[in-house]
Design a protein around this ligand. Structure first.
Ligand code: DAH
Length: 339
């Protein structure tokens, strides 16, 4: 029996030493120390021993059990720390590697142009206001002297939401909201998004931006309009810029005009940029129609106004000599980073 015990012990120790993974150690533990293991069955055969031998042999079995347990524990620790070391080696982090640089954004050409326009008009004492993009037909057309059957409605086809609501086709609607506030005089610009049912191409987009301007006060004249917009053009495109006003028609102004600036590329001689004419069309303007004032309860005998509307993209495209409007909306880093 003693030899058998010694043999079991040696065999167990050998298998423990040889095993290379902790799973195997568990199997060995079950095979030798488990309920149906070798040591247990040896204990069971103790009944055949003489009574005085039993305690001694029992003690020997227990010693063997704890010897095997000790070696098992030690092997388990050894294998586990080896596995951990292996894992650490594989997952090593090189803290000296340079970090990925965060990509810094910057202002969009539209934003740069808008801030420039705002700077100019704030300098002239204007307030910057805004109005809703979803608008009632009334504010976008009717109150601007464009009744239901007016042909101007065809030119500014838009997206109808429901019933009376549509996406505004022009920031001119903000004129009406400002007049409704009932505070006079008014000296405001209103930048914002407008919408038209247009196909996308190099000069059109179903969504673009306008900046509206409105002044209402006593004794305002067409000269004030011309002086203001001439100053604006010179601030924006340079002191040498000349302006020219051509008669035009807008339903909410009378008289109405379009303003051209002398081509800042060729100085007015005529080049590819201005299509040979020496002039570039830049905005629409006019004296506020008396009927528009009347509809808002403002007495046109006492108050006079002028208004203008300019396309923001148009300014950005001209100022930065961009020949395709789509570039402004594609958000391509390589394009945007140039401004
Ligand atoms: N709202 C006009 C448009 O979208 C632009 C415009 C023209 C605005 C003349 C004005 C103005 O305030 O006086 O075509």
């Amino acid at each position: 029996m003693k030899e058998k015990l010694e043999q079991i012990k040696q065999e167990a120790l050998k298998r423990i030493q040889e095993s290379t993974d902790p799973e195997r150690l568990n199997e060995i533990k079950v095979a030798y120390l488990g309920k149906k293991g070798e040591l247990t069955s040896l204990l069971k055969s103790m009944k055949d021993l003489a009574a005085e031998e039993k305690p001694k042999f029992g003690q020997m079995v227990n010693d063997t059990r704890s010897a095997i347990e000790d070696v098992l524990d030690e092997a388990k620790n050894r294998l586990e720390s080896a596995a951990l070391n292996e894992k650490l080696k594989k997952e090593v982090i090189d803290v000296t590697l340079p970090a990925k640089k965060p990509r810094m954004g910057h202002r969009h050409p539209n934003t740069i142009a808008l801030e420039e326009v705002e700077r100019i008009f704030i300098g002239l004492g204007y307030e910057v206001v805004s109005g809703p993009e979803v608008e009632k037909d009334y504010y976008n057309f009717e109150a601007l002297n464009i009744p239901a059957d007016h042909p101007a409605k065809d030119e500014q086809d838009t997206f109808y939401i429901s019933g009376d609501f549509l996406l505004r086709t022009q920031t001119s609607s903000v004129q009406i909201h400002e007049m409704e506030k009932g505070r006079l005089p008014i000296r405001m610009i209103a930048p914002g998004r407008v919408f038209r049912s247009d196909e996308v191409d190099a000069t059109h987009s179903p969504c673009f931006h306008q900046i509206e301007g409105l002044v209402i006060d006593k004794h305002v004249t067409f000269s004030d309009l011309k002086g203001t917009l001439d100053r604006f053009a010179k601030e924006l495109f340079g002191e040498e810029t000349k302006t020219k006003f051509r008669p035009h028609h807008f339903p909410f102004t009378e008289p109405s005009a379009e303003m051209d600036v002398s081509c800042f590329k060729c100085g007015g001689k005529g080049c590819r940029f201005c299509k040979g004419s020496g002039w570039i069309e830049i905005l629409g303007c006019g004296m506020v129609h008396p009927h528009v004032l009347e509809m808002r309860g403002i007495d046109p005998e006492e108050y006079v106004g002028f208004a203008f509307g300019v396309g923001l993209e148009r300014i950005a495209l001209l100022k930065y000599e961009i020949d395709d409007m789509r570039l402004l909306y594609e958000n391509d880093d390589r394009f945007l980073n140039q401004f």
